[in-house]
Write a protein that binds this ligand. Structure first.
Ligand code: GTP
Ligand code: MG
Length: 173
């Protein structure tokens, strides 16, 4: 996050990156958050792209959030398919995504880094792949990472998840 003065409300710039396996709904979450839209047709993301949204953080400041959507499929390739094949569970994959991120970014203050974990597609509960209990245990074990169960389709918890990332990022200033 960084500051720049304006007339009445100050803008604060926040970058949010969405990581995860292909098809889990990263692009859909971003579109629901930024544009309030959902598309049921799957089109794999290639490379990375961002959309911006302003969030009023309620203390006279506006967070200008750039949401970076990344390609699940490309990551599969760059890390080698064998690396992920058979992992199957979000639990195992969460470890991989977190480790990969930490390797690339190496945040100074790892303990307070504003991670948020999202379990998406709760509108199709019958197809759940990771129990809420297991996901929450993982989040607790990694230092009480906030956990949200969302639906990009039905707009459940999407704003809350993004807002939490932004507010936690601002706390790190
Ligand atoms: P990559 O770009 O390949 O990494 O995939 P992604 O993670 O961006 O997934 P994407 O948002 O493209 O969604 C994959 C498919 O799941 C699409 O057909 C979406 O419409 C669908 N989808 C995404 N979110 C939800 C959701 O909350 N509920 C349901 N039912 N379907 C969803
Ligand atoms: Mg995508």
């Amino acid at each position: 996050a960084s500051n720049r003065g304006s007339q009445s409300k100050r803008n604060i710039y926040v970058k949010a990156i969405i990581l995860g396996d292909s098809g889990v709904g990263k692009t859909s979450l971003m579109h629901q958050f930024v544009q309030g839209r959902f598309n049921s047709q799957y089109k794999a993301t290639i490379g990375a792209d961002f959309l911006k949204k302003d969030i009023d953080v309620g203390d006279g400041r506006v967070a200008v959030v750039s949401c970076w959507d990344t390609a699940g499929q490309e990551r599969f390739q760059s890390l080698g398919v064998a690396f992920y094949r058979g992992a199957g569970l979000l639990h195992a994959n969460l470890d991989n995504w977190r480790d990969e991120f930490l390797l690339q970014v190496g945040p100074r203050d790892l303990e307070n880094f504003p991670f948020v974990v999202v379990g998406n597609k709760v509108d199709i509960e019958g197809k759940r792949v990771v129990s809420q209990k297991r996901a929450m245990e993982w989040c607790v074990a990694k230092g009480n990472i906030p956990y949200f169960e969302t639906s990009a389709k039905k707009a459940i918890n999407v704003d809350d998840a993004f807002r939490t990332v932004v507010l936690n990022a601002l706390e790190q200033e």
